[in-house]
Design a protein around this ligand. Sequence first.
Ligand code: GLU
Length: 423
Amino acid sequence: MTAEETEKTKKCDCEDTQRHFLNRAFETLRLDDAQRNLLLSSFRETLISIPLKVRRNGIEMLRTFTGFRVQHNHARGPFKGGLRYHPASNLNEIRALAQLMTWKTALVNIPYGGAKGGIAVDPAELHADELEVLTKRFTQKMRPLLGVHQDIVAPDVGTNPRVMAWILEEYSKAHGYTPGIVTGKPLELGGSEGRLEATGYGVATITRQAAADHGLELNQARVVIQGFGNVGSHVAQRLADLGATVIALSDARGGVLCESGIDVAAALAHVRENTWLEGLPGTETISNAELLELPCDILIPAALESVIDCDNAERIRADMIVEAANMPITHQADDILRERGKIVVPDVLANAGGVLASYYEWVQNLQEFPWERDTVFYRLEERLLRTYGEVHRLAAHKGVDMRTAAYELAIHRVSEAIRLRGF
Ligand code: GLU
């Protein structure tokens, strides 16, 4: 396969994977073709071009970026989902991720639908002021589609609270101060205590429960984490606090390994100083591919999609894989892992702490009444563990994997909302 073909296959993986997982749940729910088609279709898909003048070596040049927002379903509440800045972002990927948000919000039973947006851009290539203009132009063009009761944006891969603040500013120019238009924004602008850590904290909460259910206490567990961004770094920190031994970590450049355990606080300090994990004292350097195949108890992919595919699924040695990223396992790999008796805790459950905390942030904005940090974490943990229990019981009862059980619960809620509203 040429590099271009490989890239193309990878791009299609997300949609194929999503469809394959859904079909498994559709079968057990006995939905007919018409119902399946409705659930698989996007409500609206918007693609825009965003011109931007950039300066390189004193020379000004014009570049045109492509932006997307896919609003998948809003039967249960306003569209909700992140905005991703990544050079490989494309409509297929964003569509699959928008669908995943519909199931995620339904699974944790918050009154939202699902959406996802993106700009095909490498944010590291732009200066901060260029990124600000790009974000504000994206918001200008998408503004008619957004709204506190229509579509609410959040951070995702490549975006952060600062980007949310720019969206808030641009939207508020036309509508007056509207903090509830974005979640994951800075505390100073109505952000919520705990939102930044919530996804990682939630992944750790679910990991602890899933491990205990399989007879593994965290203080005995050896953990490998791929990705050291907002999600991976907080998972690592929280799991280390809970007593786990984190033996390997990685970022986009590569990984670091220390069999006796990495001091996560030291890794965070190292990255603050040096940007990358590379060269972390006391560790040996490994590649991201090697990291995924390390012998360990728990593997947590917390970076991008499709990192575990049919090429490496046979070589994964962890007993349990917890999907902190969205769709890190392709459907072919998922089949292989299941046949090999591996436990997979699916993204739709594992990383739902992020959107759950977004919901709490939005509620606080609507009520103009901020909560204490403890309240956010208490409610987050309580709801996640309740959802985990529902999924676990259904999976055991029906003899299906956790992903299929989670999708069944979510699809049932969305289908019921559609039926009752009578679209
Ligand atoms: N981007 C996160 C996700 O994929 C959070 C979405 C949100 O908070 O709306 O779940």
